[in-house]
Design a protein around this ligand. Structure first.
Ligand SMILES: O=P(O)(O)OC[C@H]1O[C@H](O[C@H]2O[C@H](CO)[C@@H](O)[C@H](O)[C@H]2O)[C@H](O)[C@@H](O)[C@@H]1O
Ligand SMILES: O=c1ccn([C@@H]2O[C@H](COP(=O)(O)OP(=O)(O)O)[C@@H](O)[C@H]2O)c(=O)[nH]1
Length: 566
């Protein structure tokens, strides 16, 4: 999408875009410096990993926070992406980001693994900051633009945007789980949050179960009708809006990861990594943000017991644990770091031998190239999250293993486990089961490893991040491409056609007027499509026909055409 210059806009935001992504975090965090010397580093986490390739392909604007409090930045371009920073004050950082987002919503949505804190002043900051994001997005969105809002930090933005800019097409994607109603209903602001989300045209989740939990919460709290993935939501004008809530499992740029893994530099680095670990028979690897949802303690406990019971030895197997720093001012995260570092010390003290560490603990964030080398060096990848929206690390490991080798041990409580069924699936709460699965992974015969890895790779390559974003945007726009960017040639052709004295407009229904949905009986035309049909039908010499492979009754049922002439 080409940016357009809007002469009436605010001078700082003098460019508007046909596609705008809004997320709490920008792809880069401010590191230091000023003016031309300003330094940025890649932001942590899977959301940025997934959205970066989408943004490069779309020439849109990315609205988000620059990772530092009390600093304002003008919009700028970074590595081919237009960046529109939203400022946060130190108080807002504490109350909106560390507080409401990461100490209320995060633990609540991850099945209360840690107890969520509820504070009214955090909620007030959440509302205030959501409004700022919505206002910024509204300023840079061109007329009729697609605005794609990301994640739990910004759940009120869809409704705020719909109220200020009803012309926009609004999508929302939730990167973390959506909990069962029994848990969600603890939230004192449960109605406001759902109402905020229902401002979107399409609400995406990682797993079908998340979308189901959301629809149930809508029914329980608002009594709105839901038909499969389509929710009937009253609009401001009394008309029914049809909102789609369904799963779109996120992924990675699998080809780019494989390409990186195939480079001689990465392969050389993988060999160096193994050598530096004392060339054990088996390298096990964990890569996680240092977060209590990731099950790092469970995996270390299981590994420690295997060493204690001599089912494994440090000469045979070593564990490399990358724990990248995350949310370090939130108390639960500080405590977790202390606990993990204590465990690492004990484990090494009890079991390591000279030149043979039991566990190599790395409290750093690494660039993608080093990640690919670690994946290639690892015989067994341990993903033992207690709850995880998706877990892109699991997919990156698979994408890197072009040699069809390596074993993925994967928690059933990750979104990735819905797709990656050929992994060794585990319940990380069951320490005995986890120990057995680790031993099974370490001893898995090469043929079995190759068979499983081939199947896993097929899955990750099939559903890569391009496929994820295309499927979401197709559902959102109903036509498979972003509207608003109608070419002059098409506009001209439509104007010429409109001058024809008697006109027949024949329209496909599924995938054109109505987003594709899981169950055909749930398909409904988008509000804009219905309004356009109604306007055309009012013209004396224009006939509107729906063309469909459906039976006539089924078409009548789902399309409910506005007049008998149709
Ligand atoms: O921005 P932070 O607070 O530093 O946290 C980093 C990101 O963590 C979360 O990632 C999620 O998105 C991934 C991609 O969809 C998914 O695989 C993972 O399971 C999620 O936990 C968070 O949702 C992001 O908003 C953060 O930026
Ligand atoms: O040192 C690190 C650790 C992690 N990552 C990246 O961070 C993302 C983590 O995403 P995931 O979905 O697994 O979990 P999240 O951190 O988003 O909860 C993946 O793309 C990793 O490659 C990274 O680049 N360097």
């Amino acid at each position: 999408m080409k940016p357009e210059t809007d002469s009436e806009a605010d001078p700082i935001f003098d460019t508007t875009y046909d596609m705008v992504v809004v997320s709490n975090r920008l792809p880069v965090d401010y590191v230091g410096g000023d003016g031309a010397d300003t330094r940025w580093k890649v932001s942590p986490g899977g959301l940025v990993t997934a959205l970066e390739p989408v943004m490069r392909a779309n020439e849109g604007a990315w609205v988000g926070w620059a990772g530092v409090a009390d600093r304002e930045f003008d919009p700028f371009e970074h590595d081919g992406i237009s960046i529109v920073p939203v400022p946060l004050s130190e108080d807002e950082l504490e109350e909106y980001y560390e507080g409401f987002s990461n100490d209320t919503l995060w633990p609540l949505y991850h099945d209360v693994i840690a107890p969520p804190s509820f504070h009214r002043e955090w909620w007030d900051a959440y509302v205030r900051v959501n409004r700022r994001f919505a206002e910024t997005a509204a300023r840079v969105a061109a007329p009729g633009a697609v605005v794609w809002v990301q994640d739990y930090q910004l759940q009120l933005v869809p409704r705020m945007l719909r109220e200020s800019r009803p012309d926009l097409v609004i999508g929302f994607f939730n990167h973390i789980p959506f909990p069962a109603y029994g848990i969600y209903s603890q939230l004192p602001w449960r109605r406001q949050v759902i109402d905020g989300l229902l401002g979107a045209d399409v609400i995406g989740f990682q797993r079908a179960a998340d979308a189901g939990n959301f629809s149930r919460a809508v029914r329980r709290l608002f009594g709105y009708k839901t038909r499969g993935t389509v929710l009937e939501v009253p609009g401001a004008d009394g008309e029914m809006r049809h909102v789609v809530a369904r799963h779109f499992p996120i992924s990675i740029d699998a080809a780019a990861f494989e390409e990186l893994a195939r480079t001689p530099e990465v392969q050389q680095r993988a060999r160096e990594i193994r050598r530096s670990l004392g060339d054990p028979e088996v390298v096990m690897l964990g890569v996680d943000r240092l977060d209590y949802t990731k099950g790092i303690r469970h995996r270390m406990k299981a590994f420690g017991e295997l060493l204690r019971d001599e089912r494994l030895s440090v000469q045979q197997a070593t564990l490399v644990q990358v724990a990248s720093p995350s949310r370090e001012r939130v108390e639960t995260y500080r405590q977790l770091r202390d606990e993990i570092e204590l465990m690492v010390g004990r484990l090494n003290g009890d079991h390591a031998a000279l030149g043979h560490p039991a566990i190599t603990y790395l409290h750093h964030g690494y660039p993608r190239q080093e990640m690919a080398a670690l994946y290639l060096a690892a015989d067994v990848m341990l993903v033992t999250a207690l709850r995880d929206g998706m877990n892109l690390v699991a997919k990156e490991y698979v994408a890197s293993r072009y040699d069809d080798d390596g074993v993925l041990l994967l928690s059933e409580f990750t979104g990735a486990s819905d797709e990656l069924r050929q992994a060794v699936l585990v319940n990380p709460h069951d320490i005995e089961g986890l120990k057995d699965a680790m031993v099974e992974a370490v001893n898995m015969p090469p043929r079995e490893r190759a068979r499983r890895m081939r199947a896993l790779r097929r899955r990750v390559i099939e559903n890569d991040v391009a496929n994820w974003s295309a499927t979401f945007l197709e559902t959102l726009t109903g036509v498979g491409k972003i509207p608003g960017g109608v070419s002059d040639a098409l506009r001209g052709a439509v104007s010429r056609l409109a001058q024809t004295p008697r006109l027949l407009v024949a329209l496909d229904f599924d995938g054109t007027l109505a987003p594709l949905v899981d169950r055909p009986e749930d398909a409904r035309a988008t509000d804009r499509a219905r309004a356009a049909i109604e306007r055309m039908s009012e013209h004396e010499d224009t006939r509107v026909a729906l063309v469909s492979g459906r039976a006539l009754d089924s078409l009548k049922e789902v399309a409910s055409p506005p007049s008998p002439r149709c």
